[in-house]
Design a binder for this molecule. Structure first.
Ligand SMILES: [Zn+2]
Length: 413
């Protein structure tokens, strides 16, 4: 028994992972020296928790206010010290930088800063952390910007088209393609197709959508004439919410069709948006039901386990063969374990993926280490209860850590 258990642990800790979703800040974009302050200030996960804890006001959150010294940072850390994400991060930092402290204080932060500043002098530090220490095979970066393509696989966004009728959202598209083309529906759809092909040529592995940050995930069936009328209204009145939604519904359907035609999955942010001022209900994955039903050939990947709508996202994954689940951004330990434990009972394990959703490589390391532990604990418990054998547990682990993502996103090592 013990040897099978340690073999399972070995498998889980040695499998090369696919991280389906992240936002790592390019090494070049971090001002040297990189220290502990850089890490904590640049962590979107921590900043989000600080915003909801009140350690950053709405204004400070939007303006990226930095904590410049220990008194200000420690006051902010005080509010998040029991949150799972902070515990996971601390544990990862101690392991990665071989530091020994119980809780972070001014002295340990300085020691961390020295080690980080040294490590970051090397342009290979990202490769060392992601490839060697965290054991990542492929990292899908939610961007097509300037970054090391030997470490990161790009993912593209087309949300500008689905939000085209909303003030400001179409600006980049109009600037690129010209107002003449984007003023007619046919022209706008043509621009979308062109951008889509450019993204594919650039190696994009998926289309990521963040639409529920600005609108509901409910997309009605809209005919061409109604969409053209809505575009005309939006062109003359940027504040017409109703027409913006009609146009957005139509364009999202076009995006889903393009994804199917090119066999590229549509990764959809579900659950609450980041920040402090959004409608949680917008991100309820059940809103996607009609869009999924209309696009049976499109692979929909529901991100963040659906947020509070865990069961709802699982309900879609058990209803539709073209719906998959991604645990990216679920930054807990026991809560994550409960979600996965629950899903494994009725969602085929071949439909579940994982990702980090972080900004710094230290965070990616910490999250992946914690996820491997959680996965081992729950699968070992399932084996010990007689529910599955060790060999099935190993297959499930390998599929969730890498195999499913490689198959669904058509990724190669
Ligand atoms: Zn994200």
């Amino acid at each position: 028994m013990a040897s099978s258990s340690s073999r399972l642990k070995d498998t889980i800790f040695s499998t090369q992972i696919v991280d389906c979703h992240t936002h790592i800040i390019p090494w070049n974009d971090l001002p040297q020296p990189v220290t502990g302050y850089t890490l904590f200030n640049r962590s979107g996960c921590l900043r989000g928790i600080w915003a909801i804890a009140g350690a950053l006001s709405r204004q400070e959150f939007r303006q990226f206010k930095q904590f410049p010294d220990w008194p200000s940072l420690s006051a902010a850390l005080e509010q998040v010290k029991a949150v799972a994400y902070y515990r996971i991060l601390l544990s990862g930092l101690k392991s990665l930088y071989m530091l020994d402290f119980e809780e972070l204080d001014e002295i340990s932060l300085e020691a961390l800063g020295k080690k980080m500043a040294d490590a970051y002098k090397s342009p290979h530090w990202y490769s060392t952390v992601l490839k060697e220490k965290a054991g990542f095979d492929i990292t899908c970066q939610d961007s097509r910007g300037e970054f090391d393509r030997s470490l990161f696989t790009p993912v593209t966004r087309m949300d500008g088209y689905a939000l085209f009728g909303k003030r400001g959202w179409g600006d980049a598209i109009i600037a690129k393609h010209g107002g003449d083309r984007t003023s007619s529906l046919e022209g706008l759809v043509g621009c979308l197709g062109q951008d889509f092909h450019e993204a594919l040529k650039d190696g994009a592995a998926a289309v990521k959508s963040n639409l529920c940050w600005g609108r509901t995930l409910s997309f009605d069936l809209v005919g061409t004439a109604a969409a053209a009328d809505a575009l005309a209204v939006c062109n003359s009145d940027e504040n017409d919410e109703k027409s913006a939604k009609v146009l957005g519904d139509y364009m999202m359907n076009e995006i889903a069709k393009l994804c199917a035609a090119h066999d590229i999955p549509l990764q959809i942010h579900t659950g609450p948006a980041g920040g402090t001022d959004h409608m949680v209900e917008f991100g309820n994955p059940l809103n996607l039901n009609p869009l999924i039903l209309r696009n049976p050939e499109t692979k929909f990947i529901l991100f963040h386990a659906g947020g509070p709508f865990v069961r709802e996202s699982a309900a879609l994954a058990t209803q539709f063969p073209n719906v998959f689940l991604d645990l990216c951004g679920v930054l807990g330990r026991d809560s994550l374990r409960r979600i996965l434990d629950d899903w494994l009972e009725f969602v085929p394990h071949t439909k579940i993926m994982w990702g980090t959703d972080v900004n710094m490589v230290e965070e990616a390391y910490a999250i992946s280490r914690s996820f491997r532990e959680v996965l081992f604990e729950l699968l070992e418990a399932r084996v010990k209860s007689g529910y599955i054998s060790y060999s099935v547990a190993e297959d499930v682990a390998k599929a969730i850590l890498a195999g499913n993502a490689k198959r669904v996103l058509r990724l190669e090592s």
